[in-house]
Design a protein around this ligand. Sequence first.
Ligand code: G3H
Ligand code: 13P
Ligand code: ZN
Length: 332
Amino acid sequence: MVSYKELGLVNTREMFAKAVKGGYAIPAFNFNTMEQMQAIVQAAVETKSPVIMQVSKGARNYANATILRYMAQGAVEYAKELGCPNPQIVLHLDHGDTFELCKDCIDMGFSSVMIDGSSLPYEENIALAKKVVDYAHKYDVTVEAELGVLAGVEDEVSSAVSHYTKPEEVIDFSQRTGCDSLAISIGTSHGAYKFTPAQCTRDPKTGKLVPPPLAFDILHEIEKKLPGFPIVLHGSSSVPQEEVDTINKYGGKLPDAVGIPEEQLREASKSAVCKINIDSDSRLAMTAAIRKYLAENPSHFDPRQYLKPARENMKKMYIHKIVNVLGSNDKL
Ligand code: G3H
Ligand code: 13P
Ligand code: ZN
């Protein structure tokens, strides 16, 4: 058993309380590689932002759970080396789907876990989340649970509505689970194709797809029911058009990729939403830079040559999110 406190990590409790009060959101960036980790830490240090580094089950399978844990420990030391004496870094399990996986992460030094029982019947979701909370809280690890299912890209907007979080359930759910934060569904979804062209309208001036707006009415109802309670938004990449264009220009094929407009995320950050999950935008930034570099330098084959611009491009994106979208800069 390793406590995250020995690794220099923090849990989300104080971070979220400050974010809700201050009207900003903490970035939760997924990482699978050393270059992502370096870019996240550099961005957080340069902007003086707290940050959540999150690991999915897929990341554990790809990179190895132990390596990722040591990378997070390394992130704390790296932040100090970059001139940040007291970094606020959370190591979080993203979309944990079993008690055993959450326990394993807690036991190896994670400071926060998500138990995602959102696809289970209501009572089963509560029972699973409560079991994780009971274990996690013994070690002062914070727990994110989820209520409502994120819309899938195939869903019609009308059927997606039925997956939205039901505000009438949030008090009962948060009280009975004892969770520390609640991920809700208000129209975001995972990946680079959040909406089908049929779900969008087209801007007559630019010809670009305009997605349907997030359900701010539901968010505000939830805020009224749970004043000050930390709310989490998953699926919050904005799928920057310039990255998609670069990927497509250099041999990629991402037709009609569309994300959440940043103005809406900016608005959400000012509410009780205090954690915003971004993964796809990092993937796009990395892939765009690598495709461009290799197309322009066909004779190069040293990974450091193309991973360096990839890391720079991700760092630029992370800084942009922190400063211009979430407002978590200058909080350390
Ligand atoms: O929520 C999903 C995250 O983007 C992680 O994705 O499971 O492919 O690592 P992944
Ligand atoms: P995106 O696919 O929009 O980046 O969402 C990531 C996420 O929610 C991770 O849990
Ligand atoms: Zn997610």
